[in-house]
Design a protein around this ligand. Structure first.
Ligand SMILES: Cc1cc2nc3c(=O)[nH]c(=O)nc-3n(C[C@H](O)[C@H](O)[C@H](O)COP(=O)(O)OP(=O)(O)OC[C@H]3O[C@@H](n4cnc5c(N)ncnc54)[C@H](O)[C@@H]3O)c2cc1C
Length: 247
């Protein structure tokens, strides 16, 4: 059974009618960038809860999660409706292995996200650990529509601070878009456009790839990486890619 901490919503920062960032005041203590907590709401005597990755870092005062409404879902529409001052429950133990400490040494860290899967990578990019461990960090964010390219201000700040060591690759798949690429990850990996756009190669010698988001993306990108001689990373059998499936 989860041990619930009582938190309070500080802000519900909506990006549009189905995407939002919830800022929560709660006394969680330490966690690693890339980890998730379970967030819950009371439902009579029960708690309805789901895992959410943390966008914030342990050094920040508040927790932040980024999510979309799943219309038929029991929790996400209720979380979306919360306002400042509302109660929210947070599991006391952050968990998950999509963290820099789990990744073996590599020169380039690729972070490939669909939709709200960008959340844990923003936490990693804000942390010092990733910049100490890798030479270059490449954030690839695939969304359907350009308005879903969230956290542009933060990404600009990271780009200014980290210069040539950071690359941002926005990918918009369902409308035309001038500032990035326009096809799904497996296609832009196989046709070479992802590497041309970013200026870095993805290979087994010096790259590690973290993926977060939909199962379809993770399955297809994993297959494209295997074609390049890369394999899934396991603690006991080090490899080249690490994954977190949201749905
Ligand atoms: C480790 C982990 C971390 C997660 N972190 C995040 C996060 O940071 N942000 C986030 O938006 N979601 C995240 N999720 C998904 C999240 O836990 C919920 O499943 C989601 O918010 C829907 O909750 P729900 O109760 O409304 O519906 P659920 O009962 O959980 O799901 C209903 C249906 O929607 C599908 N679904 C779940 N998530 C999504 C989604 N994002 N988009 C489309 N369909 C979905 C489910 O597969 C299921 O078929 C994470 C999941 C896992 C396993």
């Amino acid at each position: 059974m989860a041990n619930w901490l009582e938190g309070k919503v500080v802000e519900n920062r909506r990006l549009n009618q189905y995407l939002t960032s919830l800022i929560i005041e709660v006394d969680l203590g330490g966690y690693e960038s890339g980890q998730f907590v379970r967030i819950g709401l009371r439902d009579g005597d029960e708690v309805v809860a789901r895992p959410y990755s943390l966008v914030s870092t342990a050094q920040e005062n508040h927790l932040e999660v980024y999510f979309n409404i799943v219309e038929e879902g029991p929790l996400s529409p209720r979380l979306f409706a919360l306002a400042a001052g509302d109660e929210v429950l947070v599991s006391s133990r952050p968990s998950g292995f999509l963290t820099v400490s789990e990744v073996p040494p590599a020169k380039h860290l690729w972070m490939m996200a669909t939709g709200t899967g960008i959340g844990p990578f923003l936490s990693i990019l804000k942390s010092d650990e990733a910049w100490r461990k890798f030479d270059n960090l490449i954030l690839c964010h695939s969304v359907s529509y350009a308005e879903e390219l969230a956290y542009q201000d933060l990404i600009e700040q990271i780009a200014e601070r980290c210069g040539e060591r950071f690359r941002y690759v926005p990918v918009v798949t369902r409308e035309s878009f001038d500032g990035g690429l326009g096809k799904r990850f497996p296609s832009i990996m196989r046709d070479g456009s992802l590497e041309r756009f970013s200026g870095f190669e993805i290979n087994a010698d010096d790259s590690h790839v973290m993926m977060c988001g939909s199962t379809d993306m993770i399955t297809d990108v994993s297959a494209a990486l295997v074609e390049r001689g890369m394999k899934k990373h396991r603690r006991r059998d080090p490899g080249h890619f690490t994954t977190e499936k949201y749905h």
